[in-house]
Design a protein around this ligand. Sequence first.
Ligand code: BGC
Length: 724
Amino acid sequence: MLNGAKWIWTGRPTGDAVPAFSKTFSLPGGKSVCRAKLSITALGVYEAELNGARVGQFVLAPGWTAYDTRLQVQTYDVTALLRGENALRVKVGRGWYASPMPGWVDSADRRRRMKRHTALIARLDMAFSDGSAARVVTDEDWTWTESELRFSEIYDGEVCDATFADGAPKPCAAFDGPTKALIPQEGEEVREAERVAARSVFRTPKGEWVVDFGQEVTGYVEFTVDARAGDEVRIRHGEILDRDGNFYNENYRSAKAELRYTCRAGLQTWHPRLTFFGFRYIRLDAFPGAPKPEQFTAIAVHSDLRQTGFVATGHPGVNQLVSNILWGQIGNFLDVPTDCPQRDERLGWTGDAQVFARAACLNFDSERFFAKWLRDLAADQRPDGGVGCVVPDYLPDGMSSAAWGDAATIVPWTVYQVYGNEAVLREQFASMKRWVDYITAATTTPNLWTGGNHFADWLGLDAPAGSYKGSTREDFIASAFYAHSAELVVKAGKVLGEPVAEYEALQGRVVAAFRQAFPEYLTQTEHILAIHFGLAEDIQAAADALAKRIEADGTQLRTGFVGTPYMLHALSDHGHADLAWSLLLREDYPSWLYPIGKGATTIWEHWDGIMPDGGLWSADMNSFNHYAYGAVIDWLYEKAAGIRHDEAHPGYSEALIAPHSDARMGWMEASLETRGGTITSRWTCLKGAVRYDIKTPVPANIMIDGRTLKVGPGRYTLWGTGRG
Ligand code: BGC
C-alpha cells in the first residue's frame, strides 16, 4: 500500500500550530492520467487537499484505532483532481493520537501520548494512458509550514487565523514510524451528514448571545460572516440552558470545547476541520455584527451508517424517544462507540457499547463498524485476557469490570445474530475465550466471579447516597456475566465447529454455583439478570416476583446501566407486557419519557440530568447525550412490534413476528431492513380489537394472541382480540 513512502514529520516540535505538509509535482509532458490513487494515513488526524480541492469525504481520518498495533490507511481515487502542475497539501492535527485523553486522568501513559508528534505517510500512484506509471511518495523532499489552524485538539477545540500567511517552507524529516501497524481501512468512513439550521439566536438573561439548533448534534458549527480582516469569532458549546435560561457547560468538565476564528476581509464561511463537539447551543463570546440564525448551521459528523430500523407510533412522546435514540447513536458512533461526545471523555466505554449493541445493529447497519472496533478490543486485550473499560484502551489502571469487559463476548454474538455472518465470530473467538479464561483466573471463588474492581449496576437508581453504583451485589452481577459469557463462547464455538466441551462444563458449573450462592434476588436488577440470562431455576416465578417488586416500588425503575437494558424484555417475555408498557409510557421521573418533558433531544446519562425542580444532577458527571438507556429501542422492534428471529436463524433467515399491542399507543409501525429482507409490522388498536398488518419477505411464524401461523413471504392483515 505504502511501499517506498517514508514517515515524515516537521523534525522539531511546532507547538500548538497544526503543520501542513506539502509537495508540488508536474505530470510528465504530453501524458494523460487514466487512474490516480492516493494512499495515505497519519499519526493524528489529517485533511488532504490536491490543487485546493479536498481529497475524499472522510472527516477526522484515519479514525481511531489501537494505534500502536493498528493504523488504518485510506485510499482515494484522485484522478479527477490532477492537473499538469500539482500541489498536494495535508494538514495533520493531534486528533485522538496526541490529545490529552482521558481528561480526568493523569498517568504516565497519557503524558507519553500527549508528547508524541504528529506525522504523515502517503503514496500517490498514477497510471497514464500510454501504459506508463509514476508515483509520488512522502520523503525528505516534502516541505512543511505552519497552517492557518493555530491549534486543534479533540477536547479543547480549534483556533483558525484566516489572515495567517504561510511562512517559508521548511524541509520535512523522515523517521522510522509504525510501518508494521499499517492496515487497510476497515471501518465505515466518518463523514459530514445531517445539516441542522439554527432555530433561533437570542440574548440570555445574562446578556450573552446564544444560538439554539433545536437538536443536540455531534459535529461542528459552520458559520458565515461578513467581516473586516482581524475581526474575531469566539464560540463555546453547550447542551442545555440552566434553570434561568442561561448558557451552561460546566458538565464538559476540563474540555474547553471552544472555537476561535480570526476573520479575513469580506464574506466567508468556515467550520472546524480536525475536531468535533457535542452541542445543541453555542454561545457567541465574540462575533462581528448582530448574529442571525441563517448565519449558523450545525453539521453532524459520524460514521457513515445506513439506517435500517424505523419506528413510528401514535404516541408523540415515544416518537420523540425514538428520535432521541437515533440521534444519540449517530452522535456517539464517531468511528468508535463512545459514551458521550462532549465532556473530557468521548471514549469507547465497553459497557456502554455492550448494552447498546443490539439496538445499534437494528437501528443502523453497524456490522463493519463493530467488526473494526472488536479488532481493536482484541488488539488491546491484555496478556492475561483482561479487557479494558475503554477501547482503544487509554485508561491506565488495568481494571476489567464485569459487564464492561463482557463486550468481548456479547458484542460479537450480537453482531452475528443480527446479521447472520459468522465472520465476526471467527475473528473474535480467541478473544472471547481469553475473556472467559481471564475471569476463571481472576476470581477469588471457583465457578463464581468474586473479587476484582467493578462498576456494578452503574448509576442504578437504588444506589446508596453518594455512590454511583446501584445496590445490586457486585458478585451477583459479575457471576451472572461470567455464566453468560461462558454460554456465548459455547454457542459461538458450536456455530464455528470449534471444540467447546471445556467451556460447556464450566458454564454448567457456574450456573450451579450461581444458583447456590444466590438463592434469592434482592433488587430489580438481580431479578432481571437471573431471568434474562436464564439463571433462575424457575424463570416464570422470578418474572412474576420482578413484576410484583416493580409494582411495590411504585411502578418505577430502580435499575442502572446493567439492569435497565433487559428490563422490559424480562417482563414481556413472561406475561407482563402490560407492565413493560406502563414503565415505558411513564412520564414522571424516573422514566424514559421524563427527559422528553424537559426538552431532551438525545438520551441522558441520568434519568434526572435536569431534575423536576429544574436543578441539575451534578456538574461533574451529567451528560445529555449518553446512548446507553436508548437500548430500550430493541424492545420496541422485537417485542412491541414483535419482529424477531430465534438464535437458530441469525440474520432473520426465518422470522417470528409476535407483537404486544397496547391501546395507550393507538398504533405502532416498525420496519427492519434485515439481511433476510425488510420486515414490517404494524398494529392499530380500534375499539376493543387490534388489527395487525405484517409484511415479511422470509418464511415467518406469526404469533398473535396465542395463535401461531406459519407463513411464507407476503403481506398479512389479521384481526386480534387484544386490548383495544
Ligand atoms: C462514562 C460511562 C462509563 C462509566 C464507567 C463514565 O464516566 O461516561 O458511560 O461506562 O464511566 O462506569
